[in-house]
Design a protein around this ligand. Sequence first.
Ligand SMILES: [Zn+2]
Length: 640
Amino acid sequence: MIDVSRRNFLKTTAGAAGLCLIGPSAVVQGLTAEPGQAAGRLLPFPLASVRLGTGIFKEQEEINARYLDSLAVDRLLHTFRLTAGISSSATPYKGWEDPTCELRGHFAGGHYLSGVALASAGSGNSVLKGRGDELVAGLDACQKKIGNRYLSAYPSDLFEHLAQGKSVWAPFYTYHKIMAGLLDMYLLTGNSDALRIAEGMGQWAQDYFVGISIEQRQHMLRTEYGGMNEVLVNLAAVTKNERYIDAAHLFEQPSFLDPLAGRRDELQGLHANTHVPKIIGAARMYEVTGERRYREIAEYFLGEVLAARCYAIGNTSLGEHWGTAPGKLGGTLEWTNAECCVAYNLMKLERLVFGWTGDTRWMDAYERSLFNCRLGTQNAQGLKQYFFPLAAGYWRIYNSPEESFWCCTGSGVEEFAKFADTIYFHRGSDVFVNQFLASTLDWKDEGLVVEQVTDFPREQGTTLKIKASRPGPRTIHIRIPGWTSEEASVKINGRALEAVADPGSYLAIRRNWQAGDTIAVSLPMELRQEPLAGDDSIAAALYGPLVLAADLGAAPTDEAFRVMHSGDTVPKKLPAADPLPKVAADPAAKTGGWIEVESKTDLRFKAAGASAKYELMPMYRIADQRYSVYWQTESAKKQS
Ligand SMILES: [Zn+2]
């Protein structure tokens, strides 16, 4: 196992992992000095400091909250109670929460808790906070009844099956979700019982795992274990108890980490969503222990996956795996692309790595995923997608409200409750404006209130209104995205700045800000195309950060093709994909000269020339249509 120096442990604690602490400080006593200790690092604001304003993200947040509100605590607790020997007459949920499913509890006692904790902190939803408190009390009773600090909705026998090499799904994966949900309830809502329960679970996991030989442990770690290392590091940061660092190290795999430390992409054949969380854990290990090797692993991994393994939408994988050599995505466009959980986890990693450097590339990537493979993957009933089909002619399909409970249902209810968590970061008294979402930042410690007013991306820019600011100079940094043009401009109180930072950097504006000041940012979008890695004849069309999709007509209306009423993730009798739509475009060109803008404000586009029959729109607005994200290009020369 890796021998990690402890010298720096506890110098930096909560870090940028979403461990945003809420007030009052007494709730999280001992960690309130944390931001100052992480000198030089950019940190997110507590979720409670940022509120979404009217707009598409606020609408999606509210839809998600209604879905969370539709679920009953007694039903969520049912299998936990049965496992603990507590009677329950509640009707169990189905799919991956069915009483016979080996993943049961992952959503009911894990993602659900994280979702309601995030909704509570992010939008002040007291009803959902109450649900979370009720669920924590129920889980507390179960853990006490079991009596050895273990807690899950299935008996610990499943871990024995794992140890014995018997077939079992992923017991540690589920265990992680429950611990993470409890920790979120503590950090985001101040429920101290939740921390006690999570600590008990951490101690059980350590005691259990440390008693197993290294060889057997490494064998067990070949089965998906979620972010066990991450949640144990987070527990160490919160409790300042080093034993959880020891426990986190038990969940490390040199066979996976060592090639990455050597900057080698040996990801082919690996399951994507099993492995991204391990890197999030490594990133947190760097933040908490200061051990630089973990940072190098995380930075290399993220850069490599984004550059060599991602599709235009900002997500990766086929059939949940990395099936090819790096940079070889030709022939991989199918129904089972880009599992939504992977986007969720890549975004978590991007915001961590961003905090170390302030490099816009990570926030550009975050934006790409946010607008193309998170926005749009929830329908009007709050139901979520699993795969993101990228073959032509397919459509979106969602989980049923009570019969699926996929992993992506779970990561989705979290994502759609925390859109506000990455819009702004800070370093010292400086503010970083990372994302263009209508919102208000209320930074009480600094006496700063900033309202961001925007209809982005229907509006190509944003306006920041200073509502209050303590006297004295302060720097506001604004992301000038890599996708904008040299025409980007900024006006302060109506007067244009003479120079604006280059696309792909932060513009720093330092002055004595006063209430009433405004910063108007114009970020022109341009059409362009991006080839599929490894096949230059296939390209996606983009406009600013938006991937454009061709509207290929109505999706099937048959219920079986729109909502999955089971734990299955792919509909039965799926028709073959269409051929990619063809366009006369120069594959080597970067500009999307074969697309025309019909309306900037309505975001309507059409293909030009021989392909003029195709209408395009931002992928996030595709709801009930069959679509294509990719195009088969034919050079003008070949056409003639
Ligand atoms: Zn998933």
